[in-house]
Design a protein around this ligand. Structure first.
Ligand code: FES
Length: 223
């Protein structure tokens, strides 16, 4: 028994008890410090391990990531492709099939050599319309064939198909949020939330047939 064991609660402690308490506190502080260091070191180790593991995982996944494969049906329109109707891919589109000043005709490109219809992606959906050549703007005329112009049918707002026609104004109309585009003037946005014009597809005429003269002039899709 120590001299203070039976001291009443709240009574002053002896100097020896104070020394013991101080020593205990110091020991506890020391132990806490050691534990903290161990914790920090372990944390650093985990961080380093995760970083290294992450890097290796990245490099592994990077090297193992499969390369996106595009099927022939998903190849974008190319110079020399002919155009076939989207609702009947056996029907090749002639300039005379496109009525003047009327609603757009939806088509897909077809590689005439392989016979592959490129309807494997909506990004290849093309709208054709025909106008009197004198109505076409200066930047549209060089890409038209016998008054026929071609545009991507993918709305630049949220990728709906631009399937409607505003005959009063003569504008292409997206049914989703009513963006309007002028097919005589590079697919320029005339109203609605679309942020940019429709991509223009260069065309040329060959023996009355509409032929693709190159890829879309701007990127297809929505922003
Ligand atoms: S998706 Fe065409 S206007 Fe919104």
């Amino acid at each position: 028994m120590t001299p203070n064991d039976d001291a009443p609660t709240g009574a002053p402690r002896s100097a020896q008890a104070d020394d013991e308490a101080r020593a205990r506190a110091e020991a506890e502080d020391q132990e806490a410090l050691i534990q903290r260091r161990r914790f920090l070191q372990a944390g650093i180790g985990v961080t380093v391990a995760l970083t290294v593991t992450g890097l290796s995982a990245l490099s592994v996944t990077g090297s193992l990531r499969p390369i996106a494969k595009i099927t022939p049906q998903q190849e974008p329109p190319a110079d020399g492709d002919i155009l076939v109707r989207a609702d009947d891919t056996t029907r090749v589109v002639q300039a005379s099939d496109i009525p003047v000043d009327q609603k757009q005709v939806l088509c897909y490109p077809k590689d005439p050599k392989s016979g592959v219809v490129k309807n494997g992606t909506d990004n290849n959906l093309v709208m054709l319309q025909r106008f009197d050549a004198s109505q076409l703007g200066p930047d549209t005329t060089p890409h038209a064939a016998d008054g026929v112009v071609g545009y991507s049918a993918v709305c630049t707002h949220l990728c709906c198909t631009v399937s409607d026609w505003d005959s009063k104004n003569g504008w292409l109309l997206c049914p989703c949020h009513h963006s309007q585009f002028d097919p005589r003037a590079d697919g320029k946005v005339m109203g609605g939330p679309a942020p940019r014009p429709l991509p223009l597809l260069p065309l040329r005429a060959s023996n009355g047939q509409i032929v693709v003269a190159g890829g879309f002039l701007t990127s297809v899709g929505c922003s």
